[in-house]
Design a protein around this ligand. Structure first.
Ligand SMILES: [Zn+2]
Ligand SMILES: [Zn+2]
Length: 433
């Protein structure tokens, strides 16, 4: 969206003269403005001629009247009078204010107020302004060359400067510049979160408030360009970062959960790194790729190193309570065998770790409904451990399986992979002891 105002219409309003204003009069002939003198009757003729030609005075006006379907006599019946009267009132204003203390501000405010009074589109304002420029250039009432030059320069910058196009504020450009800032600033950190909504809701477009026109009450502002907005946002970033930080939080007693904040900050840092992406300007592409991956690995390792102690500290207590839940079925089964003997551990019954692993794996897979293959070679237990092993196997089933023991033929088949149980006549009963 751009402010073009193409379809906007703002009507005229009248501007009052300074107190004591009287229409000028020729002392000899007694003729009143605009017939008072040559200069003013010239002005009248010029304005009248222009109004006769309107809208065919120029292409711009021809188009304007065509698109709006205007009849000038209906839309602007008093335009000539308005231009003339405001021109002469402005002459009077300049004459009376040029030696005052705030002459520049006063005169410019008044001219600006007159200029605005032509509304939008500002038909006739150009005629008015041309005459004012003429008057300032020629009138003997302005004795100081510097004052004359100052006024002309300010009028030129305000009303004749073509840089208006360049400085036109495109809200889309500002909006996207602002959004980039919003997403780059770490508003997700809990310390900044309260500010997030406020900043998200606004679009700062006004760069500067200059001053309030005494006559129109209008406030003059300068809109941001993309560059000035970015400058302003950099300043805001600096302000927020320097005002809200761990040091100031600690000082004001608001640093309640330093570990959580630290974790948030580490996460945020990684997020920023990732959003910057990885690039390398190495010459050949293979080196580029390798360097990118290398940098990424370095960042990842650092990141993991930073978060690990915090995450461990946070989850440490939970983990202790929940040990069994977290370890796998395999580990749980293996633990049963390991605790068969205080000194020998699983070696009490198994002859090798491979045998132990084989049995644990088979049972775990079966309990978790995973596919498994029975071993071709049967496992032999150590001598005189058969009975105790049978009891442990029974307990494993009772504690870790949801299946009904007495009908669990598959489990018995797995147990029969142990040579010692291969031919046990009443295996189920042996395990249940
Ligand atoms: Zn005159
Ligand atoms: Zn024209």
């Amino acid at each position: 969206m751009k402010f073009s105002g193409d379809n906007l219409f703002v009507g005229h309003y009248t501007v009052k003269p300074l107190d004591g204003f009287k229409l000028p009069e020729d002392e000899e002939t007694g003729k009143r403005f605009p017939e008072c003198c040559e200069a003013h009757s010239d002005l009248q003729h010029r304005v009248q001629d222009w109004y006769e030609k309107l809208p065919n005075c120029c292409e711009q006006h021809r188009k304007l009247f065509e698109t709006r379907g205007w009849d000038k006599h209906k839309a602007y019946p008093d335009l000539v009078h308005k231009i003339l009267i405001q021109s002469i009132q402005t002459e009077h204003f300049i004459e009376s204010q040029i030696d005052s203390e705030k002459w520049q501000q006063e005169i410019i405010d008044y001219i600006d107020h007159n200029n605005d009074s032509f509304g939008h589109p500002n038909l006739g304002a150009e005629r008015y302004m041309n005459h004012v420029v003429h008057f300032i250039s020629d009138s003997s009432c302005i004795q100081s060359k510097e004052k004359r030059a100052t006024l002309l320069q300010e009028i030129n910058e305000r009303y004749y400067s073509t840089s208006e196009v360049g400085s036109q504020t495109d809200l889309n450009v500002l909006h996207s510049a602002y959004q980039k800032w919003i997403s780059a600033f770490p508003f997700d950190l809990s310390v900044f979160q309260p500010l997030k909504e406020k900043f998200e809701k606004q679009l700062p477009i006004i760069k500067e408030v200059h001053h309030k026109n005494k006559y129109s009450g209008k406030t003059t502002v300068t809109f941001h360009t993309k560059e000035s907005l970015v400058d302003a946002l950099i300043a805001v970033t600096n302000k927020l970062l320097t005002e809200i930080n761990t040091y100031s939080l600690k000082k004001s007693g608001q640093l309640n959960e330093p570990d959580r904040l630290r974790l948030e900050m580490i996460m945020e840092e990684r997020k920023v790194q990732l959003s910057e992406g990885y690039a390398s300007n190495a010459r050949d592409e293979q080196t580029q790729y390798r360097k990118m991956v290398k940098q990424w690995l370095r960042d990842e390792i650092r990141f993991i190193g930073l978060i690990t102690p915090i995450v461990q500290a946070a989850t440490g207590s939970e983990k202790a309570d929940d040990q069994t839940e977290l370890s796998s079925m395999y580990d749980q089964i293996r633990k049963r065998f390991e605790s068969m003997d205080k000194n020998k551990g699983w070696k009490y019954t198994f002859r090798s770790e491979r045998d132990l692993h084989c049995i644990c794996n088979l049972i775990a897979s079966y309990f978790e409904d995973q596919p498994y293959d029975l071993p071709l070679k049967l496992i032999r237990l150590r001598k005189r451990t058969k009975t105790r092993t049978a009891i442990v196997l029974g307990e494993i089933h009772r504690d870790l399986s949801e299946k009904q023991f007495s009908t669990d033929e598959d489990f018995l088949t797995i147990v029969r992979c142990i040579k010692d149980f291969e031919n046990s006549p009443d295996l189920a009963k042996a395990l249940k002891r």
